[in-house]
Design a protein around this ligand. Structure first.
Ligand SMILES: NC(=O)c1ccc[n+]([C@@H]2O[C@H](COP(=O)([O-])OP(=O)(O)OC[C@H]3O[C@@H](n4cnc5c(N)ncnc54)[C@H](O)[C@@H]3O)[C@@H](O)[C@H]2O)c1
Length: 259
């Protein structure tokens, strides 16, 4: 009897043959996304200003991973990167920095620094790589916003301001370039246990107690793991989510649900 298995179907959620560039991929969420994309067949570019960390991630992933030392705040560096590696299928604008404070505690310089990485970085990378995507009539952009891009968070004035901007940029981009075969979505994580959060914990008088308090304040009693954000990125990157564009994909363990 003839084999009835559908061997000609592509593996579900495969990224085989896709070229993916992930910024901030030397650490935390970006590193988890790079690992996951590579595991399902993508050729990944680990773009980060931390050259050593990017190299180490490449060694960890092996295969076709390529380190790309890059500071996303430099428009010229982003344009050079696009010229160097050519058209890509997936761009994950994940690089981002945090800051604590109210408006009165935030200096103008700090505000500019936050804006330069979290907003201008997304702008620079997207502007550099979009023309190549338009030329091939397909492209998929995933921007790492935050729950703080959808609801306000106390003492995070600069951070929330920049992440709301990322959401606005993403929605406008999705509308402007849907007709060019481009998708653009945001992921809005809640509290994810990464070096980003570990650095914040060190600022508390008792970091271990702060860790326990932070975990207990989450709906499921623990912080989100980077691989749980990578799973969302994988869904958005795959063909199966083809009709999903212009969204804010909340992976916030219910943080925003009651707001
Ligand atoms: N960790 C969380 O709780 C959380 C929650 C919501 C959103 N996010 C967002 O997720 C993203 C990743 O956060 P993470 O927790 O993995 O942080 P992380 O600090 O662990 O990693 C960030 C990476 O970005 C790189 N980077 C920073 N500035 C850069 C620049 N100018 N150019 C290139 N690379 C740069 C760093 O070198 C680092 O490798 C950020 O955009 C952050 O705002 C994080």
């Amino acid at each position: 009897m003839k084999d009835q298995t559908h061997t000609s179907f592509p593996a579900p959620f495969s990224l085989q043959g896709k070229k993916a560039l992930i910024t901030g991929a030397a650490s935390g969420i970006g590193a988890a996304i790079a690992e996951r994309f590579a595991a399902v067949g993508a050729k990944v570019f680990i773009a980060d200003r931390d050259q050593e960390g990017a190299g180490a991630m490449c060694v960890k992933i092996g295969g076709e991973a390529i380190a790309l030392p890059l500071d996303v705040t430099s428009e010229n560096a982003c344009a050079d990167a696009a010229r160097q590696i050519g058209p890509i299928d997936l761009l994950v604008n994940n690089a981002g920095i945090g800051a604590v404070g109210t408006i009165l505690q935030t200096s103008g310089e700090e505000m500019d620094r936050m804006y330069a990485v979290n907003v201008r970085g997304v702008f620079n990378m997207t502007k550099a790589f979009l023309p190549g995507m338009i030329a091939q009539k397909s492209g998929n952009i995933i921007n790492m916003a935050s729950v703080g891009g959808v609801v306000g968070i106390r003492d995070r004035l600069a951070y929330c301001t920049t992440k709301f901007a990322v959401v606005g940029l993403t929605k406008s981009l999705a509308l402007d370039h849907g007709g060019d075969g481009i998708r653009a979505n945001c992921i809005c994580p809640g509290r994810v246990e990464t070096p980003f959060v570990q650095a914040r914990l060190k600022e508390y008088p008792d970091p271990e107690q702060a860790y326990r308090d932070m975990s207990a304040s989450q709906l499921f009693g623990r912080m989100i793991r980077p691989d749980e954000i990578a799973a969302a990125a994988h869904y958005l990157a795959a063909g199966e989510s083809h009709m999903v564009t212009g969204t804010t994909f909340m992976v916030d363990c219910g943080w925003s649900a009651g707001k």
